[in-house]
Every structure is written in C-alpha cells, then in structure tokens.
Design a protein around this ligand. Sequence first.
Ligand SMILES: Nc1ncnc2c1ncn2[C@@H]1O[C@H](COP(=O)(O)OP(=O)(O)O)[C@@H](O)[C@H]1O
Ligand SMILES: Cc1ncc(COP(=O)(O)OP(=O)(O)O)c(N)n1
Length: 269
Amino acid sequence: MINEFPQTLTIAGSDCGGGAGMQADLKTMQMRRVFGATVIVAITAQNTLGVQKAYPLTTEQINAQFASIADDFRIRACKTGMLADIPTVQIVAENLRRYDFGPYVLDPVMVAKGGAKLLADDAIAEVKRDLIPLCTLITPNLPETEKLTGIKVEQPEQMKEAARQLQSMGAKNVLVKAGHFNDPDYATDYVLLADQRDFWMKAKRVHTKRTHGTGDTISSCIVAELAKGKPIEEAIKISKQFVTASIANTIQIGHGHGPLNLWAFGGEK
Ligand SMILES: Nc1ncnc2c1ncn2[C@@H]1O[C@H](COP(=O)(O)OP(=O)(O)O)[C@@H](O)[C@H]1O
Ligand SMILES: Cc1ncc(COP(=O)(O)OP(=O)(O)O)c(N)n1
C-alpha cells in the first residue's frame, strides 16, 4: 500500500548504553522520520568505556522476531549491524532470503571502538559468502575493509581498489568509511555505485573521542532515506551530512567514547 508510513528494520545487537547498535539505529530512524522495528540478535552490556559482556540470542529467538515482523509490517529497507557469530550470520542470511525487506544495507560490524570483538573471526567468511551477495550497499570501515578484501588500505587509491573488490564479491554499491584513515584534517569516504559511478565525500575531521556509534548512525540514516524512496546516491550524501553534524556538535555523556548528538542535523530535510 503506497500511502503506508515508511517502515524500516534493524537487525543488530543491543547496546544498553544507548550510543551504538540497535539503539543508535532506532534513534537515527526516528530523527529521519521513519518507523523503526528491530530484530535483536545479541545483547551487550556496554557503555562509553567499552563492552563488558556480550550474549548472542538463540536461532529460535531470532527466527521468532523475524516471523513477527514479516507477519505484520511492510518493511521498505533494512540493515544488519553486529552479528556475533556463525550461527547468527547464517540464520540472518536465511531470513533475508526468506522475506522481502527491501534494500538491504550491510554494516559489517567487527570490533567496537574499545577493542571488543562483536563478530567472531571465523564468521567473516560467512559474511562474505552469505551476506555480501544479498546486500544493496555495504558500509565497511577501514579495518573491516581490510579484513573482507585482504587489501591493506593506507592510500585513497587502495580504498577504490577495495571497493571494486567488494563489488566483485557481490555487493551492488559500496561505501568505504574513512573514520580510521590517517588524515588529521578530513574524514573522506569513498562511494562506488552499482552503475560504476564513484565519488568522494569529504568532511572536516572533528577532533573528539565522542564517536561511539558513527558507523551505526550513517548506515541507519541511509536505510531511513532509502525507505522514503530517495535514490541511493542522495541517501548516502544526506547520511554523511547527518553523521558529520552529529559528531561535530558534541554532547557530554559518559567518561569514554561518548555517543553522538543525533539532534544536531535536525529531522526531515
Ligand atoms: N572524527 C571524525 N570527524 C568527522 N567524521 C568522522 C570522524 N570519525 C568518523 N567520521 C565519519 O563517520 C562515519 C563513520 O565512519 P567510521 O567511524 O569509520 O565507522 P565505524 O563506526 O564503523 O568505525 C564516516 O562518514 C566517517 O568519515
Ligand atoms: C551492539 C553494538 N553494535 C555495534 C557496535 C559498533 O558500532 P559502531 O557504529 O561501529 O561504533 P563503535 O562502537 O565502533 O564506536 C557496538 N559498539 N555495539
């Protein structure tokens, strides 16, 4: 039904501290004026100082959530975030093949800023084999790009090379994020679209340690824009502006890598 309010889905881990994971996704979706639903695949006990505990949910618990969402909602776009381990990646892939949730943004979350592993090393092969071919857009940061492609990224040219490789692995569109890039002045992401057009997105680097949830924020904003019918290029560009404003206008929460200010950019624009 064309007039239905845009509905989105995040398939992710819970961050009880509210700065990353499904909490960051839902808050971003709310700011971008779409309805957000969740399939929670793991519960983490974490705060701005790090991840203290992580508990994956069972495949039965994950399946039940997918069925409830699919039975009642018309999801127009979805994303995955933290996927914990091999059984979780497999059950999520199975459900993404079973149900049509529209364009799928794969944020291949591997390690939290504090260093905690959010994806088991042996699950990376599963992400490559089962999830990359399903996704509309993949949004790796630099360490994730290196793990997925085996390419050491130290120069902008290697971001391009890695993006091409991710496309050859089955990702339709690629956004290589540069938060971890060794440039003191700018955070310049690279985008390679399905039709082979490409572009750089340059923003002033903000010198702050309050960057908890940056990856979740940009990927869930893209999901929200896609659900509203924006073309992928526009969805990505709006989301870069959204995350940049959220990093630049800090709020003081916690004692470590604090969360972003998701009010900074404003809502629907
Ligand atoms: N200090 C910063 N200043 C400005 N933009 C940043 C900063 N850190 C990250 N970004 C931007 O935030 C987005 C998320 O990137 P990144 O931090 O690399 O992801 P992740 O959280 O997955 O590690 C990207 O658009 C990146 O360029
Ligand atoms: C439950 C959960 N999911 C994802 C992350 C990582 O989020 P990200 O946006 O990459 O931000 P950082 O943690 O790297 O700051 C997480 N921490 N927890």
